[in-house]
Design a protein around this ligand. Structure first.
Ligand SMILES: [Zn+2]
Length: 308
């Protein structure tokens, strides 16, 4: 396929959209619809990603989006139905089948899978190194599930891992700030109109992967990769409505009053209120839609910066 060249007005449209959302799937979808572009949504999304990577050469937050798939636990039993399964009934432990991850501002969804002997030590070693490079790690139920699963396998495989990471769990944020009918990623994707999970056969797929079926593994990886893209898109839609866990501005040694989400200095005051203790709080708004508050002292340094 040749290189895509979009007319100036399409590029301008994409640039303007990007000022209000970093959700590339949504931008691609809209650009395709409005300008009736012949390329697939995915191709347009890729193009946008490349375009903004070149355009934004300033330091960016290293935000990691990830998802894991674990194998089933096997246990022995006398009967089916509701029952207590004790640890002495376990025949085979859970392992990590695959981890998919991507960096914000990059397009590739990287894949790590267990080896041909279904050993996950290599996956763990590689991924824990990646975790260490991230400024913020985003997962859906990542805090309670994925990170703990990884840590559990790590201690078993004797791979060292930090006790704490700077994370953002989209499930926690969904529960804290909204009353969505369901907080499942697939549902959020639909509700927020960014996309859906890929459909798959369910447990049968796991049976095949665990039996060593390579095709089934590829399918699972594909499914996991799609989840990571969906996760990132859901994150970007949620982002202006939730509090942040990492301050992008401070991370890049910018002034504290700048936008904690994108680092921009294109911010303004929304309103002022006070706490019960009598501290003044300044609510700020960024062009990227992020709203956040700063102390009065930080607000004063913002005012000083305006006179420069
Ligand atoms: Zn911003």
């Amino acid at each position: 396929m040749g290189k895509m060249v979009y007319p100036d007005y399409v590029r301008e449209f994409i640039v303007v959209k990007y000022e209000t959302t970093q959700n590339l799937t949504a931008i691609a979808k809209e650009a395709k619809r409005i300008f009736d572009l012949p390329q697939t949504e995915e191709a347009i999304r890729k193009w946008c990603s490349e375009f903004f990577k070149k355009k934004n050469s300033s330091v960016k937050i290293k935000r990691l989006f990830f998802d894991i798939e674990t194998s089933q636990m096997y246990f022995r039993g006398w009967r089916t139905g509701e029952q207590y399964v004790g640890p002495d009934q376990i025949v085979k432990d859970k392992k990590i089948i695959c981890i998919c991850y991507k960096w914000q501002y990059e397009d590739e969804v990287h894949v790590l899978t267990w080896d041909s002997k279904q050993d996950d030590k290599g996956v763990l070693k590689k991924f824990i190194k990646i975790l260490g490079e991230a400024n913020e790690i985003v997962g859906h139920n990542g805090d309670r599930f994925d990170i703990k699963e990884i840590r559990t396998r790590s201690i078993k495989q004797k791979v060292l891992m930090y006790p704490k990471y700077r994370t953002l769990d989209t499930l926690k944020k969904a529960r804290k700030y909204f009353n969505f009918p369901s907080n499942k990623l697939d549902y959020l994707g639909q509700f927020l109109e960014v996309g859906r999970k890929l459909e798959h056969e369910g447990r049968g797929l796991w049976d095949k992967v665990e039996a060593g079926n390579k095709q089934a593994l590829n399918k699972m990886v594909e499914y996991c990769q799609q989840d990571v893209i969906l996760l990132e898109d859901v994150f970007h839609v949620l982002s202006p409505y939730i509090d942040h866990n990492t301050n992008h501005a401070v991370l890049n040694k910018f002034d504290k009053w700048r936008c904690p989400e994108c680092g921009s200095d294109n911010v303004s005051l929304c309103h002022t209120d006070t706490t019960a203790m009598g501290y003044i709080k300044r609510h700020m708004k960024c062009k990227c839609k992020k709203q956040y508050h700063v102390s009065n002292r930080t607000y004063l340094s913002y005012l000083k910066s305006l006179s420069k």
